[in-house]
Structure formats: C-alpha cells, structure tokens
Ligand binder design. Sequence first.
Ligand code: PLP
Length: 391
Amino acid sequence: MSEYRKPIYFDNNATTPVAPEVFDAMAPFFTEFYGNPSSVHTFGGQVERHIEDARESVAALLGADSREIIFTSCGTESDNAAIFSALHLCPTKRKVVVSKVEHPAVLNLGKELVRRGVEVAEVPVDSNGRVDMERLAELVDDSTAVVSVMWANNETGNIYPVEEIAEIAKRHGALFHTDAVQSVGKIPIDLSYSNIDLLSLSGHKIHAPKGVGALYVRRGVRFRPFIIGGHQERGRRAGTENVPGIVALGKAAEIAARDMEIETTQVAALRDRLEKGLRAAVPVTRVNGDVENRLPNTTNISFEYIEGESILLLLDRFGVCASSGSACTTGSLEPSHVLRAMGVPYTAAHGAVRFSLSKYNTAEEVDFVIRELPPIIERLREISPFWPPSE
Ligand code: PLP
C-alpha cells in the first residue's frame, strides 16, 4: 500500500482545488462584505466595485473588454445561454452545428433542441479526434444560427481550430460559440482580433470554486438573456450575484494569466514524463487524441484489453485520482462518446484512463504512478478474458 497519505490528484479536467490565494480573496465576501451589490446603501454598493475588478481580470485573461463578460453560475449555463440566445435572435434560422465530441452541456442541449424542432448537425472527427473541416464547411449553411465547437476537449485535450471555424460561420452569417471551459487558463487566449462571438468558461476548472462561470459576448453581438428577472449584469443575467464566487474567479483569472508559462512548460513536462514512463513500462497501450495539438496537462491512455474503471478503482487504493471519461459520463460504463466518435476500438476505449495534471502536481507523484500502475495493469490482464490478444 502507498506511503503517500495525500491524494495524488490527476483529475484536474474534472475539477481543480481552489488556489490558496483565491480562497483568501473570496473569504471576506462571506463574512465581512456580504452586502447585496444592488443595494443602495454604501455597504452593499462597495461590493459592486469588486465585481467590476473581477470582470476586468477575466477580460484581461481573454484579451477582451470587461463589458464583454457576463458572470454565470457555471460552464454549462454559459453554453446554454450562448446557444439559446443565438437561436432566439435568428428566428428564421433553425439549424445548429456542433462537433460530435462536445461536452454533454452542448450535446445534450442539442438533443433537447431537436425535440423542439431545431436541426442539429454533428460534425464527425477522425481517429485522432480532429474535426472534419471539410464536412463542417458543408454542414454550415445560410440556415445556420450558430456553430458551437469546443476550444479544447475535456477527455483527450485536443485543441480545435476555433478561429478557422469562426471564419466559416461568419461567411454564412452564423454566430460562432466556443466552449473554452478546458482551454481557459491552460493555453493563451487572445480575443482582441478574433471572430469568436461567444465563449464559455468555468471557475472550478481554473482553481476557483464550483458555482461560478462566465460568458464572453463580443461587442456588437446581440444577446438575449437566458435567466430572466432582475437587472443584474446589465440586464443580461438576472439573479443576485455570487459575489464570493465572482471575486474568486477574478483572482483565479489573474493567477492564470501570471502562471500561463508554468502550464505550458512545467505541467506539459510532467504530463510527458508520465505518458512516456507509463508507455515504456506497460506493453500494448495507445495515446488517444492529437498528440501534436493538445492541452499541456492532459493525456488519455488506453491500457488495452482491460476495463478503465477497474484501473481507477485499484489506483484509488493508492490514493491516485484519475478518470476514465468526463466526470459527467463516468458511472455509465459505456465507453466515452468522444472515443467512440474517434472510432477507437472497443477493447481500447474501455481501457482508457485520462490523467489531467495541474501546477500543483510534482515529479514525485508522477514517478509514484509510473511505479505503481504497471503491476495493476499486469494483474488485471491476468484475469481479462481478452488477454493476451489473438492475432
Ligand atoms: N464544457 C467542458 C468542455 C467541460 O469539461 C465541462 C466540465 O467538465 C463543462 C463544459 C461544464 O462546466 P461546469 O461544470 O462548470 O458546468
């Protein structure tokens, strides 16, 4: 059994720990500055300034203007708000184009839209998870209200050519939305010269707490609120603001901008060390995704002919946290829709494990997993009816 007491947390695409500085920044807004920012008295009103500071910080991380940022409750709300708004504002256009590897926040919304009479076209991906750009260009037409393709995939880490896709959408007068929940804070984003109209992000993926997100709406793009009520967020998102969450998101954005280089160098080096070490120690593995073009923190490795879920359970005994799919689909025992869309064979898709690192991980943790995981795989293969594979 492990000599480690603290969990080794390699599941940062599911959620991240709140950074200590973020926690310190938000704490006074529970106990000291608890006023309602809409109140007329000074006590409430002073909170408003902190919300605006947070808006500036989020905008700065994206290369956007603070007036383009709307605070929401999560990435899912931002995705829903963006797509519903586009459909409301273009009542004559009844088509939405998405990729087959979107998060359920978009794909399941698509299913609901189909029930409401909207045509939803899903663009296929190739075996590396790359979007079929030719097919996308065919599917986007003048009846398309919005194209929504994620900036980076939560399971494989694949990064998508969002600017190129935005250009295609623009040619047909469609809006372009991107779910950037996984890319914000991990890779540089600059919307100052961009055709992206709408972009979603989520606090809990960047070391802020759960329950806060944001939607970027490019200046000049009309927006219809998804949550209707009071006049908060300049009438674009009703509901009393989650002030501690918003302050936390602002602080997390500031830190993400400051530490971007750590993500792209240090975290990437740790991820590469893990991937290389495991592949050297375990035969018959494959890395799922576009290894040339993916997030610096993510690797999705198939340990073929065994169940990813069993690997996770045994890893858990050593205090190692990883994932076999997105946190929203694990538990179903169905292989991930992302790997299925990529045509990954069943025996490999079932044995997929996603490791997603952060700047809080260490080389010792990586080496611990490289040491402890191979015997787990060997044991599971000994009892697998599919092992050894027949030629
Ligand atoms: N989009 C992507 C790509 C995600 O990875 C997630 C969360 O896993 C979401 C959307 C949903 O974000 P939230 O949990 O903030 O609703």
